[in-house]
Ligand binder design. Structure first.
Ligand SMILES: [Zn+2]
Length: 161
């Protein structure tokens, strides 16, 4: 396999080696291919983007100032990054929500045991020392008195009431 440049000059070869095609590019300084050194490690860089937004996204959404600061310390990052850092993902992630406003208390009971809230919950992954895997909770709406019963079976809920 041969790869030709715009003027028809061979810029690289890709001979088959064990069903693979390692790309052997021509050395632009000497116009020689690396075919005489087929396994020499070589890295070719096609282009480097100067987009601040792209580098910000590639660096795990690092802050724009820190991304610009890396240009002094890291090889491979262009010295001058261009554009704005208008990252939609960061805007979405940094937005805060207003807290939920509690509903107005309209129907509060006027005497004990007029309204009792209850919740049966479980199956707890690890049972208690007594072997309970469920619990039922009762809350009196007027006094806020709370009782909790631990149950071995859901069928014991009615007995707890
Ligand atoms: Zn971001």
């Amino acid at each position: 396999m041969r790869e030709c440049g715009p003027q028809g000059r061979i810029v690289g070869l890709a001979p088959e080696v064990d069903h693979l095609y390692p790309l052997l590019l021509a050395n632009p300084d000497t116009s020689e291919t690396t075919i005489n050194r087929p396994h020499s490690p070589t890295t070719y860089l096609a282009s480097v983007s100067t987009s601040l937004l792209l580098w910000h996204q590639c660096l795990a959404h690092l802050g724009p100032a820190a991304t610009r600061g890396l240009t002094k310390w890291c090889a491979g990052i262009p010295a001058r990054l261009t554009g704005e850092c208008d990252c939609i993902d960061c805007l979405d992630g940094n937005q805060t929500r207003k807290p939920f406003t509690p509903l107005p208390i309209t129907s509060r009971s006027s005497r004990p045991l007029e309204l009792v809230h209850s919740d049966l919950s479980g199956r707890i992954p690890s049972s208690s020392l007594a072997g309970s895997k469920y619990y039922i909770i009762f809350i009196d709406d007027f006094t806020r008195f709370t009782m909790i019963y631990f149950l071995k079976k859901k069928s014991e809920a009615l007995k707890a009431f």
